[in-house]
Design a binder for this molecule. Structure first.
Ligand SMILES: *[C@@H]1O[C@H](CO)[C@@H](O)[C@H](O)[C@H]1NC(C)=O
Ligand SMILES: *[C@@H]1O[C@H](CO)[C@@H](O)[C@H](O)[C@H]1NC(C)=O
Ligand SMILES: *[C@@H]1O[C@H](CO)[C@@H](O)[C@H](O)[C@H]1NC(C)=O
Ligand SMILES: *[C@@H]1O[C@H](CO)[C@@H](O)[C@H](O)[C@H]1NC(C)=O
Ligand SMILES: *[C@@H]1O[C@H](CO)[C@@H](O)[C@H](O)[C@H]1NC(C)=O
Ligand SMILES: *[C@@H]1O[C@H](CO)[C@@H](O)[C@H](O)[C@H]1NC(C)=O
Ligand SMILES: *[C@@H]1O[C@H](CO)[C@@H](O)[C@H](O)[C@H]1NC(C)=O
Ligand SMILES: *[C@@H]1O[C@H](CO)[C@@H](O)[C@H](O)[C@H]1NC(C)=O
Ligand SMILES: *[C@@H]1O[C@H](CO)[C@@H](O)[C@H](O)[C@H]1NC(C)=O
Ligand SMILES: *[C@@H]1O[C@H](CO)[C@@H](O)[C@H](O)[C@H]1NC(C)=O
Length: 306
């Protein structure tokens, strides 16, 4: 009996530390400080790479692999083996990363009323967080945002223009309020989404060339400052939003906290960290309010920071 238990334990440990079969490599156990000591914490000008993110064997949790192209100038960081570039990493409280802005540039034709665009996460554990904002800059267009996973409509908005740009600029006052610009808030996490654009007034596209161009982009905060210059130019001025979209990473090797915590050898939350179910399957670890500092995935305990 004891021998059998030992065998089982040894096997579980082995499974947890060796690479998976289907290209899904990465650690499933909580690594020791010593085993992470050799892992690099930066790539080019992206610093702060820490577990569960990591570059190279033994350095990342399954699903959190990053690749650094050291021959590029400067060296460039990617999500796993994808072509999605990583611009910044967050590994305090929220474990996420910034990728180049998710955006769409749609040219409306007077005889076509419906346009569909979609986006899917480059890796299954990375999602668009709750409370992200889709901005639409355009004229005479109604837009619907659908969750790719459930096909549910999360919201819609409509943007109208007049042909007097100065008046529009005054009315909008930098806000995105339906005059040349409108927004849809995401209310749950998204692994992918679809945008449906409906051209309301086909004539509008014939008044001015710029009225044909609809731009849509997704950011994590509401810092975008609308200007009618963004209506008439080929793309928006990204400076107020840093040109990035933030994705959050969750643990996908178990469907939720309950099943994950039953499987002690592969449970990702360390020490006194707590667990939170993700909206589309999987879970997050986080440090409790009383001990908000530290890394809930690494071999430390969450601390109160004193
Ligand atoms: C990192 O380098 C890239 C490419 O040179 C540059 O576009 C980006 O602004 C830099 N980011 C930071 C945070 O310095
Ligand atoms: C790394 O970057 C270099 C220079 O941009 C490029 O030639 C090479 O194909 C890249 N390597 C990989 C594995 O993407
Ligand atoms: C969502 O819609 C697509 C195409 O209309 C369909 O193939 C898919 O099964 C739908 N998914 C769900 C979860 O209903
Ligand atoms: C959308 O989010 C922004 C910023 O998070 C908030 O100010 C605004 O009230 C929200 N809009 C709706 C309709 O919930
Ligand atoms: C996202 O928002 C939904 C609805 O308010 C909530 O049920 C879910 O727990 C939130 N997820 C996270 C990770 O905050
Ligand atoms: C569209 O433009 C044509 C020609 O300028 C005009 O006759 C027609 O009434 C317009 N339609 C609408 C819906 O404004
Ligand atoms: C968007 O489309 C317009 C018209 O085709 C083009 O002039 C502009 O360069 C495009 N912008 C981007 C960022 O591709
Ligand atoms: C973009 O916006 C910034 C800040 O509002 C401004 O300083 C800059 O001149 C703008 N760039 C263009 C090309 O309009
Ligand atoms: C697994 O369970 C044992 C006994 O309950 C406990 O001491 C250990 O810390 C747990 N390991 C993890 C990774 O939670
Ligand atoms: C790992 O290192 C951190 C920071 O250096 C330290 O606080 C923690 O106690 C160490 N954990 C273990 C298990 O050695």
């Amino acid at each position: 009996m004891c021998f059998l238990l030992m065998m089982f334990f040894a096997k579980a440990q082995l499974l947890a530390t060796t690479f998976g079969v289907d290209g899904d490599n990465g650690l499933l156990n909580i690594p020791s400080n010593e085993s992470l000591a050799h892992c690099s914490s930066s790539c080019g000008n992206v610093s702060g790479i820490s577990y569960p993110f990591g570059i190279g064997p033994g350095c990342f949790r399954r699903g959190f692999e990053l690749t650094c192209n050291n021959t590029a100038q400067p060296p460039t960081l990617y999500i796993g083996s994808t072509h999605t570039r990583v611009i910044a990493i967050y590994s305090e409280s929220d474990f996420g990363l910034d990728i180049p802005l998710i955006g769409f540039n749609v040219t409306m034709r007077p005889n076509v009323h419906t346009y569909i665009r979609s986006w899917k996460s480059p890796a299954k554990g990375f999602i668009i967080g709750n409370w992200s904002i889709l901005y639409v800059v355009g004229c005479g267009v109604e837009v619907y945002l659908l969750d790719h996973h459930t096909n549910e409509t999360m919201g819609s908005c409509m943007t109208l223009c007049s042909n007097d740009l100065d008046m529009m600029e005054k009315q909008a006052g930098g806000n995105c309020n339906g005059i040349g610009c409108c927004t849809i808030n995401t209310t749950r996490e998204l692994q992918g989404f679809q945008l449906r654009f409906f051209l309301q007034d086909a004539n509008i596209t014939q008044q001015f060339e710029w009225m044909q161009y609809t731009k849509a982009f997704l950011t994590y905060d509401d810092s975008y400052v609308f200007s009618t210059r963004d209506l008439v130019s080929g793309w928006i001025n990204e400076s107020s939003i840093d040109g990035t979209t933030t994705l959050y990473g969750n643990i996908m090797d178990q469907p939720n906290c309950q099943s994950a915590s039953l499987n002690n050898a592969t449970y990702a939350c360390s020490g006194n960290a707590e667990c939170w179910d993700a909206d589309n399957g999987g879970y997050y670890c986080y440090c409790p309010d009383a001990n908000p500092n530290g890394n809930p995935y690494a071999p430390y305990v969450c601390t109160d920071g004193t």
